[in-house]
Design a protein around this ligand. Structure first.
Ligand SMILES: [Zn+2]
Length: 102
C-alpha cells in the first residue's frame, strides 16, 4: 500500500484535501507552496484500488501526481462520498503542507 506513509486521504471523505505527512517541496523550482489540484479514485483491472492525487506548484506550475494505493473498502467509501473526482473547486483552494518555510 505505497503512498500511505506519506498521505492521509481520509479528509477526502469530508470533501477536504488529503493531508501530507511531512514536508513537500516542488522538485523543479524548490517552492514549498503546492496547491491541492484534484484526486481521482479508480479501480485497476486486477482488483486493486488507487487514488491519484495531483498538486500544482504555486511558482512554476509543475503538476506532480501521486498514485496512492488504497483498500477496496476505502475506495468504496471515497467514491460514495465524492464520486470519481474531487477538485480544488469542491475543497476550496488549499495549500498542501501549509506553505510554511522549513
Ligand atoms: Zn515549482
Amino acid at each position: 500500500m505505497i503512498g500511505n506513509e506519506f498521505w492521509d486521504l481520509t479528509p477526502l471523505l469530508e470533501k477536504k484535501p488529503p493531508r501530507v505527512k511531512g514536508h513537500i517541496r516542488c522538485p523543479i523550482c524548490g517552492s514549498n507552496r503546492m496547491w491541492f489540484k484534484h484526486a481521482l479514485p479508480f479501480k485497476r483491472g486486477d482488483n486493486q484500488y488507487r487514488v491519484d492525487v495531483a498538486l500544482k506548484c504555486d511558482s512554476c506550475a509543475f503538476v506532480p501526481v501521486f498514485g496512492v494505493h488504497v483498500s477496496e473498502e476505502f475506495y468504496r467509501k471515497v467514491t460514495e462520498a465524492v464520486g470519481n473526482r474531487i477538485t480544488y473547486k469542491e475543497t476550496g483552494h488549499t495549500l498542501i503542507g501549509g506553505g510554511k518555510s522549513d
